[in-house]
Ligand binder design. Sequence first.
Ligand SMILES: [Zn+2]
Ligand SMILES: [Zn+2]
Length: 244
Amino acid sequence: MLYKYETHLHTSEVSKCGKNTAVEMMRAHKKAGYTGVFVTDHFFNGNCTIPRHLSWKEQVDLFVRGYKLAESEGEKLDLDVFFAWEYVNNPFGEDYLIYNLDYDFLLAHPEQEHLPFEEYSRLIRENGGYLIQAHPYRTADYILYEANPKVDLIDGVEVNNTTSDSPHNHNELAWELARANPQLMRISGTDIHNTDLVGLGGVAFPYRIKSSQHFIDALKAGDGYLIIDGEITDMEGNIVDKTV
Ligand SMILES: [Zn+2]
Ligand SMILES: [Zn+2]
């Protein structure tokens, strides 16, 4: 028995590119047999719906709305909902999934979107957070720079990104990066913006995850599996026969 988790999910309340609401997303994941999801809306410096003229607190309150709506629907459905976000290092178009930090951290650090990436990484880690680079080799109109992963400044790599709006994820290069840097955690994420793609990506564990820290600990312990195109694989991407 494995417990499935989506690691990379957007809500239409907070992500401009999101096509489904938090509630619709939660219902779809419950129906698809997931135990939990990480809500990873685009941060203020990315494709985010939050008006920028508001006070920092007002912006942060609106930013966590997608997560909060998801969480209260999750409570009704017995679906575990965790808070995270997707930060972009401008102008390079490098996206990072940030796990294990919360509302209080966001509120306390209005400077974070203006930091050079090295300092941003330090701030996240010093506060107990983790950076997992999303689709490090994606090519798309909005990415104007050559891929340049900074392995010392990240904790993991999204070796498989499903999203269909960006066909050029070059996951095979992300796998190469992960293999060359075995200290990095590996995750798979659907980068889901639309419930049509539910079930294609994520990670799975043989036990239920209690918190974001528990998720990281479970990955580091080597207890995780990947969900790639709806199949359960080991951390090398080999399909394994597991009941979920
Ligand atoms: Zn998006
Ligand atoms: Zn995303």
